[in-house]
Design a protein around this ligand. Structure first.
Ligand SMILES: Nc1ncnc2c1ncn2[C@@H]1O[C@H](COP(=O)(O)OP(=O)(O)OP(=O)(O)O)[C@@H](O)[C@H]1O
Length: 259
């Protein structure tokens, strides 16, 4: 479903991604974890055709992101920071205009808006102008807009940030429900409990390189840690957290596990 081969990205003389390769199968929610500045947004923007890599290749559903960006955009939905909404439009108008861009008929559009209203609990947000939204209302409409065309691949970059616990719960349930044959959701977060809840597999990125890729139970077993948060620190710091014993998996530091 997603194949990333040796991606690098250089900003000026700074190497933000230093040879990232991974594969993510369909039918799963795949988590991308890493500290600030690890390169998560850079990688996700490359996958979403919003940024060119310096080198390497990415295929989404067999489509080359560099050679066939238009085709990739039709099957990908993306939410990342700083996405704006036109202040004078209501949520419903925003969704209708995006549905039009993707060629949905009026009947398809209204059915999809009704479905997203239910799944994301949009409620009155649909009929309020975006200029009057709270940050949580805005984020819900941004998410609804990103999936109006029912994309096979959904990229959510820190999508829960700024949401209260009710909206966060709605989002996590929504993400959970995206797990289906022929679908892939990429979910980046700093919140380990979110990753533990919704992700089947995670990649941990640090300083532009993968520290590990795998199923969460396997990562816990390999690091000998009881939680993803402790495993995360162990992998990022290159040593055990607190006074915990050094466990198996240490030999893998600095290189990713096979998926
Ligand atoms: N346009 C840019 N120009 C120069 N450097 C950049 C640019 N965008 C990102 N960087 C740098 O690349 C590195 C990776 O940034 P990126 O935003 O991908 O990290 P991140 O893992 O998403 O971080 P965060 O969790 O803080 O959002 C950082 O050191 C950042 O300063």
């Amino acid at each position: 479903m997603l194949e990333i081969q040796n991606i690098t990205k250089t900003y000026g003389s700074f190497q933000a991604l230093r040879g990232v390769s991974l594969q993510a199968p369909e039918g799963e929610v795949f988590g991308l974890l890493g500290p600030n500045g690890a390169g998560k947004t850079t990688l996700l923007r490359i996958l979403a055709t919003l940024l060119l890599p310096t080198s390497g290749t990415v295929r989404v559903n067999g489509l080359d992101v560099l050679r066939e960006p238009e085709a990739v955009r039709r099957i990908v939905g993306v939410v990342n920071g700083g996405m704006g909404l036109p202040a004078r439009l209501t949520g419903r108008e925003v969704l209708r205009s995006f549905a039009g861009l993707y060629g949905l008929t009026q009947a398809q559009t209204e059915a999809r808006i009704a479905e997203l209203d239910e799944r994301l609990e949009l409620g009155r947000t649909l009929d309020v102008r975006a200029g009057e939204y709270s940050s949580g209302m805005k984020q819900k409409v941004v998410i609804a807009r990103s999936v109006i065309h029912d994309p096979a691949v959904l990229i959510l970059d820190e999508a829960a940030s700024g949401l209260d616990i009710f909206a966060r719960r709605t989002l996590l349930d929504f993400v959970h429900a995206t797990r289906a044959p022929g679908r892939l959701t990429l979910y980046s977060t700093h919140v380990m409990s979110e990753a533990e809840e919704v992700c089947d597999r995670v990649a941990i990125l640090h300083e532009g390189q993968l520290r590990t890729v795998g199923r969460i139970p396997d990562i816990l077993a390999d690091t000998g840690e009881p939680s993803l948060e402790r495993a995360f620190f162990t992998l990022i710091r290159g040593g055990p957290v607190g006074d915990g014993p050094i466990q198996k998996g240490q030999s893998q530091r600095g290189g990713p596990r096979a998926v």
